[in-house]
Design a protein around this ligand. Structure first.
Ligand code: GLV
Length: 328
């Protein structure tokens, strides 16, 4: 039995795993595994029964082969699983788990923080207030745009998207959403949202929030053509995965003032933040902290331990990620 924890979790997973019946010597924690060379990482995971991985480590066929036939479960310390080759896991009988519940409300909070910060030009305001150059109250100073009463488009309305939509009740917004299937709970009062296509929703929205998962079909979903459909005073917020947005096209749209601004917690080439975006005054950037609260990350550690324990005990884990439809 060997459980490899490939990150520095919030909360020590060892006592949690011991409480679940594992021995301390069954658990190997490598806090900085993200920065290991591939060959070293592969050597490290050899003979693992379970892997707890951060979203910064690619779990592909080569890593699974390096781990070997003993591997039963990969638990991702995240809700998004775009770092994991789900087909390769399914082909080798490896169960994949993630941890949605603690991610939902925290990420929706960050989406709203970015939305308000961008619509109300907080980055410019904070810079001016801290610079010592502020000359005093001016009714023309840093005019933003009203969110209240506007239209919110949630792109990829799953659990996080629904939490984003729920928060809009306080702003009295009309909610539109895109999703694979209708969401009756979003369409019912008090949210009373309407399902739309991306093409129909973008021209109507004052605020566009991306909560869609990254898959081959959603890479660069927001490209130059999509950006061209947005209103000139609209704000784009991304709390899903960076590559959902074509950042070069976004930088063009912002430089040409074709949209009002963008709030980005995630970036196409993390940890690099596109320098052209940083040059735009009306871009609010964060370093991928959507779910970064002590409470939520601690819950995620507990939940990851529960998922691993369940699989290793032959039980169904609470948060198993379904393999892609075409998998064996
Ligand atoms: C964070 O980005 C996550 O997917 O949990």
């Amino acid at each position: 039995m060997s459980i490899h924890v490939l990150l520095n979790c919030v909360g020590d997973p060892i006592p949690m795993l011991m409480e679940a019946g594992f021995a301390a010597e069954d658990v190997i924690v490598t806090p900085n595994a993200t920065h290991l060379a591939t060959a070293d990482l592969h050597r490290l995971v050899r003979g693992s029964t379970a892997i707890l991985a951060p979203l910064t480590i690619k779990i592909d066929g080569d890593l699974l082969d390096a781990a070997g036939a003993s591997l039963e479960v990969v638990a991702n310390y995240a809700v998004g699983v775009d770092n994991i080759d789900l087909k390769a896991c399914a082909a080798r009988g490896v169960t994949v788990c993630n941890g949605p519940p603690p991610m939902i409300e925290a990420t929706a909070d960050i989406a709203w923080a970015l939305l308000i910060a961008t619509a109300r030009r907080l980055r410019e305001g904070i810079r001016l207030a801290e610079s010592g150059d502020w000359k005093g109250y001016d009714p023309q100073l840093l005019l933003g745009h009203r969110l209240h009463g506007g239209t919110l488009l949630v792109v990829g309305a799953g659990r996080i998207g629904a939490a984003v939509a729920r928060r809009s009740i306080g702003w009295d917004m009309q909610v539109l959403y895109t999703a694979r299937s209708p969401k009756p709970s979003l369409e019912a009062p008090p949210i009373s949202a309407t399902k739309v296509s991306l093409e129909d929703g973008l021209p109507l929205a004052d605020a566009v929030v991306l909560t869609i998962s990254l898959e081959p079909s959603t890479r660069h979903l927001i490209d130059a053509a999509a950006l061209a459909l947005m209103k000139p005073n609209s704000v784009l917020v991304n709390v899903s995965r960076g590559p959902v947005v074509d950042e070069a096209a976004l930088a063009d749209a912002l430089a040409e003032k074709r949209i009002l601004g963008a709030g980005l917690d995630v970036h196409e080439h993390e940890p690099t933040i596109q320098p052209r975006l940083l040059e735009c005054p009306n871009v609010t950037v964060l370093p991928h902290i959507g779910s970064a609260t002590v409470e939520d990350r601690l819950d995620l550690t507990r939940l990851s331990v529960e998922n691993i324990s369940a699989v290793l005990a032959g039980r169904k884990p609470a948060h198993e990620v379904a393999p892609p439809a075409s998998s064996p």
